[in-house]
Design a protein around this ligand. Sequence first.
Ligand SMILES: *Cc1c(COP(=O)(O)O)cnc(C)c1O
Length: 478
Amino acid sequence: MDIQEFEKWGKYVVEWITQYYRNIETYPVRPNVSPKEILRKLPEEPPLFGEDFQKILNDFKDIIVPGITHWQHPRFFAYFPANTSFPSILGEFLTSAIAPQCMVWLTSPAATELEERVMDWLRQMIGISDEFVGVIQDTASTSTLVSILTAREKHSDYSINESGFDNVKFTVYCSREAHSSIEKAVKIAGIGRKNLRKIPVDDNYAMRVDLLEKQIEFDIQNGLVPLCVVGALGTTGSTAVDPLGEIGVVAKQYGLWYHIDGAMVGSALILPEFTQFREWVNSADTFVFNPHKWLFTNFDCSAYFVKDKEALLKTFEITPEYLKTDADEQVNNYRDWGIQLGRRFRALKLWFVIRTFGVEGLKTRLSSHIKWAKLLEEKIREDNRFEILAPVNFNTVCFRCKFEGKTDEQVEFLNKKLLDAINASGIAFFSHTKLNGKFTIRFSIGQTNTNWQHIYQTWQFIQSKTSEIIENVEKEEI
Ligand SMILES: *Cc1c(COP(=O)(O)O)cnc(C)c1O
């Protein structure tokens, strides 16, 4: 493709994106495809000679788009938001055009310094202590791994990096509702899955601190070395918040490293009402949240904050002492702040987003999502065929249809049937979890272009599907 062709197709692609967003509500949120259907439409062998770009784009429209799950659809209510916005798309455009490597200051000074600046903007926006410094990681999973590795190295005086494990057996703590990325991190860090203690939760799905302390005592008595506790600021299942202040006290008392996973909910800290959470985060060593979930910045962009920068750098740096220069004292070389050497220029889209929306604009969006979740909760409670299964703390409503008079098994079966019917319609998309053994439908609100009408109409659709299922149940006497 030469530059004239690039100019032509560049305009075409922007036009396609514009039409995509104009018409996005006409797409089924979840595609109606079966496994391998797309794969079979793709040639088994790569083309030997270059193809016409028009033909490639036609295949994109005919084969790829019909197999896409539309995360930016305003009736996408599954999992969690992974929202984007027009300034973010344009930022990503420019990043891919400039295509710099942002591993050290010299390989792109502006990228490094913009990252330093926007991460401090973010820190101020969420109102946490200036003891924290921030860096962009690819995902919350990576951030949590980086945190646990830093804890491991600091605790062992950086000896495990040097000579591997000797006999020490570390333990790590999180709640039973904590995200699977913690288990993954514990496996990768060489600590061992069996040494992850999943502490039981209370009725609100938050960690029982009394049981955390008991478990730590028990492990110490058995010769194990408690290393780190991970608190959840918003579990993935129900957005439960662990008693993060109390966990901080326990962590301090037993000398544990303290990481807080706020992957989705952390964005809500930009709102003034969450003062308490800010104080709790300030008691942690590290904190992560994802602007790529609920802050209109397209994947990937995970904001990782750490207090002990020295410990982080000593864990990850690869520059031998004799190669250090005076400039290193003044600048950040982000290759030493995490796992990757090569790094994308992710600060640009975040900068575009923050400046285009403004902090107040971002706050307005998030508080609307939270307000609508509460309103939806009220609507669900008004229909006594349904029940709410967890506190609505932020933007996620956990509910199910009661199907009164049916056995637990039948209730699960029928709720699954309801969920499948809604998802198959293409009108909206939901995912489920299990809370206290109960099959739970999650209504997660956070897409950039969702408004109350999308939510309310979808709720009415759920009600009518439920009526259909109840009628059929009565007919077939399930
Ligand atoms: C989504 C989520 C994660 C994982 O985020 P990635 O950025 O995809 O790794 C971790 N923890 C919680 C609580 C989450 O909701």
